[in-house]
Design a protein around this ligand. Structure first.
Ligand SMILES: [Fe+2]
Ligand SMILES: [Fe+2]
Length: 181
């Protein structure tokens, strides 16, 4: 079985309780790797921004979860965490719409399956946000953060990579009007 390039990254916090005792600057949830670049300008830009937002969420969650003193966490840390999650949801939706528009433009043969995965990912993410809003910080844990990272980056590295290859090397019969850069 091929090595999972996402899971191969060490978890920033091996376990909730043990790592909470290790104060200090939190490691990012996701450190961008050059091999994740697809060489399609708008996709790479969006994916990097997505990784950044995931890191912000992990940082905000850690502040709330560790119960850092008010001087270190600013006002309403749970509100900031929710705002970061909502911001990611908007980014994901807009990014998906951009990819779908391009797929329609080039008559991409995998459009339906790709869009279906987008719809599923977005629905799952919205369910996660709702449960966090209802349960507070208890609704989010390291495992949930790791799985958010895995499903988003898993999509990028498999489904989006196929789209990027199509955009860069369109079949001769297709008449694409889209240029990657
Ligand atoms: Fe994407
Ligand atoms: Fe996609």
């Amino acid at each position: 079985m091929a090595t999972n390039p996402i899971a191969a990254q060490p978890s920033p916090r091996a376990s909730h309780g043990a790592a909470a005792a290790l104060k200090g600057p939190p490691r990012p949830l996701l450190e961008w790797r050059d091999q994740w670049t697809l060489d399609v300008g708008f996709m790479d830009e969006d994916h990097r921004a997505l990784a950044q937002r995931l890191n912000e969420i992990a940082r905000e969650w850690q502040i709330v979860d560790d119960g850092l003193p008010p001087a270190n966490q600013g006002a309403d840390p749970l509100g900031r965490l929710m705002a970061a999650l909502e911001g990611l949801a908007v980014h994901i939706r807009e990014h998906f719409e951009r990819e779908e528009e391009v797929m329609r433009t080039v008559d991409y043969p995998e459009l339906a399956a790709h869009k279906g995965e987008h719809d599923l990912l977005l629905a799952e993410f919205r369910i996660s946000i709702r449960s966090i809003r209802e349960a507070g910080v208890a609704g989010l844990d390291q495992l949930t953060l790791e799985s958010m990272k895995d499903w988003l980056m898993g999509h990028v590295l498999e489904v989006d990579r196929r789209l990027a290859e199509f955009l860069k090397n369109p079949p001769e019969l297709a008449v694409p009007t889209f240029r990657p850069d």
